[in-house]
Design a protein around this ligand. Sequence first.
Ligand SMILES: *[C@@H]1O[C@H](CO)[C@@H](O)[C@H](O)[C@H]1NC(C)=O
Ligand SMILES: *[C@@H]1O[C@H](CO)[C@@H](O)[C@H](O)[C@H]1NC(C)=O
Ligand SMILES: *[C@@H]1O[C@H](CO)[C@@H](O)[C@H](O)[C@H]1NC(C)=O
Ligand SMILES: [Zn+2]
Length: 488
Amino acid sequence: MGTLTKTVVLLYVTSAVLCTPFVNQLQPGQEWPTRSSVKQPYHELVQNETDTKSDSVATEVEVVAEEEKAPEEPEVPDDNNPKVLAEEVERIDYSGAQVWKVSTKKSSTQRLINQLASEKLIASWGGNHSAIDILVKPNALENVTAALKKKDVAYYVMIEDLQQRINEENPPLDENELELQDRRGHRMTWKQYHRLEDIHGFMDYLAKTYPSIVSVNTIGKSYEGKELKVLRISDGKQGNKAVFIDGGIHAREWISPAVVTYFINQFAENFDVESDDIKNIDWYFLPVVNPDGYEYTHKSDRLWRKNRKYGYGPSTCTGADLNRNFGYRWGGKGASSYPCSDIYRGSGPFSEPESKAISDFFKNTATKFSAYLTYHSYGQYLLYPWGYDNALPPDHKDLQSVGLLIAQAIRKTGGSEYKVGSSSGLLYPAAGGSDDWAKSLGIKYTYTIELSDTGRYGFVLPASYIEPVARENLAGLRALASVVNKLD
Ligand SMILES: *[C@@H]1O[C@H](CO)[C@@H](O)[C@H](O)[C@H]1NC(C)=O
Ligand SMILES: *[C@@H]1O[C@H](CO)[C@@H](O)[C@H](O)[C@H]1NC(C)=O
Ligand SMILES: *[C@@H]1O[C@H](CO)[C@@H](O)[C@H](O)[C@H]1NC(C)=O
Ligand SMILES: [Zn+2]
């Protein structure tokens, strides 16, 4: 046992020494192609959109439970949004709060939900045309029950006590894992949700350990100055295709960075034995688009969604919804102009440093991406543009059929059912999403992937789900890689 440990340590030290690259000595494939022109060359590639109305859309359901009518005036800070700037922020306690799945089959339900939300009795967790999940605040349980019963709206309780679920979601690692963690050279596991420091440490470790294929660049900084780190995996071959993948746009969707880092780990650690489909692609990963929000969900409010840019409007409300801030058809349906809203679009297209950094990266890269995947949770959907309205891009049939291929691979591997469709059609219109913007750049296979589950745990998916969810989605990613490799 002692010998084994010594051998492992020795091997590790040796490889760490041998693999540390000399500064300024770039390995093949490590130079990231850039271009000096700031012009977007892709726009010409986008054909005129067919403004086909998708006939499957129930048009009554416009916006999910957000206070569109809320007045633009100084706002009473609500209890989800404490007026605190200091580092030491109190942890928000969700004891007694519940999550309900509410049937929206009756057309009047949406209006009722919007009203309860504007009275701050509930918050929407999202949903589709037949059901919506709502967080019901502890002191509102009776009133919301009465309101739903009065209108004869069906619902059932998914989560009895939200704080209890939060407490159980991310248990500490067991001793074996802790020991492994010490030996590995980074702290990342897929048995736990990790802090930003561990994720960044893992990325840097891979770049140091596999300098001939892995490199890390900081493409910008968050509002609070945290790095936006993109990791590239590439063997530098001419003629490789390119795929961009991001995660963690929404702070509370912890499964997303966990899955994206799982992909990184798989490809970087096993590159030599990976399939040609994987090796013939230059992979770009930005696992945490919203690092300020992500850290905030670990420290203060588990259910924070937006970024942390402070001081919007005359109010004390913090944060914009980064997935309403992208610059294609910004400000349309399903996005709020009200700074306290959870779907606040920001003060203008790319007003937020995090979305701006992504936009700048795409402006300055010479890489032509064949696919853009953005991982969110939850609901189990593979969504393609357009999101801004019930319209479809000209190649929507390709997006649908490849979406079905990905869904099939996921189902065959792990058994989960992912629904495929346009985001406006399957869910509801939401303008300013990163997927619409990526599509507007001419990137062919553009998907928003809503990971597990379908509401049993919602955003608070236990860490034991990371591996199964990541594994089946890796199969989905392989299906996409195979399609990308066949593109001209
Ligand atoms: C796109 O289509 C709309 C309506 O069909 C038309 O008014 C517009 O001029 C078209 N734009 C381009 C760039 O072809
Ligand atoms: C809507 O969501 C519910 C679960 O919340 C699911 O059972 C149902 O299949 C979904 N419907 C569509 C059309 O996605
Ligand atoms: C619940 O309804 C009662 C009666 O209408 C009202 O007085 C009370 O303020 C409501 N509670 C909340 C939390 O809104
Ligand atoms: Zn999301």
